[in-house]
Design a protein around this ligand. Structure first.
Ligand SMILES: C[S@@+](CC[C@H](N)C(=O)[O-])C[C@H]1O[C@@H](n2cnc3c(N)ncnc32)[C@H](O)[C@@H]1O
Length: 414
């Protein structure tokens, strides 16, 4: 009997994904979610991960190496005696990932070619990344169960699964291409996909979906989006069911505010009604409302885990760490009593900020604790007054995934 993964493996042998050139490592590190070390620490280890202790991570379906390289570089930067195990069906993808690791001088990745269904034999792991892979399996639930079985009791998983509504238009085009050229050689399929794209009428849903551009940037992207032999997409409720089936529970979606109806609603009555829903129903509502969630990025831990795995800004010694932005620069562009303006799925969104937002952000340097920031503010507000302002700022900045926490026992700011 043919292996059900053969077609998927063949695709990623021919078109390793995403397209990456190891030479580019000299000029930039690709970072993202899931699996940024700050996020892992914040959402799975309550901000208290001691990076001087060994850490084992699995990158399941590691592709051309984005997640494995980011994680391995993060461990190296923290002098963490850790190991990242990279596992993928595709030897071609692995060769690119290996070349990227070599280009960075990273010696902390173990490269394996194989199926994530065999993960339990490689575990246990403190952390497992599985980004954009489960939705390509014949049995995603069995794949996630295998990953859960490879996870330490106190460990966590970072996932990315396709989102159904944000991918509106993809599946009819996939179906058309299958009708025309299911068994043609790859070159012909790609040529035909390009012809069809050029000829899509303005009313076609893919043509009308501004959120999808993967197919425009590379052959691998075009193949992955429109010619994949197997992919499916998920709604929020289905994601939660998938997690529950594997004995996992959701910690958070990233970015959290994308999953809050209030981010998109203006009508006060609707905002109130949506706010009264429980968190899963709010997330499902937000997905239905915005229609723009093309990927679900999330962190999950074992359902049996009793403690809160998330860092909270409750202790004066906690260190707020801004991610990928400079607090000073952000503060300079921010009028007092202003708002954070952003774009979610091409739609402008705006989140009001507390009066001290700019002054606090200017002092968030990844080293100062909340107490040190409070003490350095003009007028030195007392702790309750400061905390109220910080909490309001945190709800926004953490909600857009720019502000994470390191808690005292973890030591330091990384
Ligand atoms: C869309 S790519 C994602 C790559 C990478 N995780 C990323 O986000 O950049 C999917 C990858 O999963 C791999 N894959 C698919 N099924 C797999 C399986 N059962 N076990 C291991 N890898 C698998 C493919 O070979 C491919 O490299």
């Amino acid at each position: 009997m043919p292996d059900p993964d053969d077609k998927v493996r063949a695709q990623y042998e021919a078109f390793p994904y995403p397209a990456r050139d190891p030479k580019d490592e000299a000029r930039r590190l690709v970072t993202g979610s899931p699996s940024h070390p700050l996020e892992i620490d914040h959402y799975i280890f309550a901000g208290r991960r001691d990076w001087s202790r060994p850490f084992r991570a699995l990158v399941a379906g590691g592709g051309t190496g984005d997640g494995a390289v980011m994680l391995a570089q993060g461990l190296a930067d923290r002098a963490c005696p850790g190991e990242v195990v990279y596992l993928d069906l595709s030897a071609a993808a692995r060769r690119i990932a290996e070349a990227r690791a070599r280009a960075r001088g990273l010696g902390n990745i173990r490269f394996l070619t194989g199926s994530l269904h065999d993960a339990p034999a490689l575990g246990p792991f403190d952390y497992i990344d599985c980004c954009g892979v489960l939705h390509h399996l014949a049995k995603p639930a069995a794949g996630l169960a295998a990953l859960a079985a490879a996870l330490e009791e106190e460990g966590g998983i970072g996932l990315m699964l396709y989102g159904e509504l944000g991918r509106t238009g993809v599946y009819p085009v996939q179906a058309m291409l299958r009708r025309l050229c299911a068994d043609a050689p790859d070159g012909e399929k790609l040529a035909l996909a390009r012809r069809l794209l050029r000829d899509l009428p303005a009313s076609n849903w893919l043509k009308r979906n501004p959120l999808l551009s993967d197919h425009l940037s590379s052959e691998a992207g075009l193949y992955d989006l429109l010619l994949h032999s197997r992919d499916r997409a998920y709604r929020v409720g289905e994601v939660l069911d998938l997690l529950a089936g594997a004995g996992l529970r959701l910690v958070t979606f990233i970015e959290p505010l994308r999953y809050e109806p209030a981010s998109y609603l203006r009508d006060p009555a609707l905002r109130r009604m949506a706010a009264a829903l429980d968190p899963p129903a709010r997330a499902a509502f937000a997905e239905e409302l915005c229609g723009s969630l093309k990927n679900h990025v999330l962190y999950a831990v074992k359902a049996s885990r009793a403690d809160d795995s998330v860092a909270r800004p409750d202790e004066p010694g906690t260190v707020p760490v801004l991610r990928d932005i400079d607090g000073g620069a952000l503060a300079r562009g921010m009028p007092a009593g202003g708002a954070l303006d952003a774009e979610f799925g091409g739609v402008p969104v705006s989140f009001p900020l507390p009066p001290l937002a700019a002054a606090i952000l200017a002092r968030c340097d990844g080293r100062r604790s909340l107490e040190e920031i409070r003490a350095a503010l003009p007028g030195r507000p007392d702790w309750p007054a400061f905390k109220a302002q910080f909490d309001a700022l945190y709800a926004v900045m953490n909600g857009v995934n720019r502000l994470l926490l390191r808690c005292p026992a973890g030591g330091g700011s990384r």
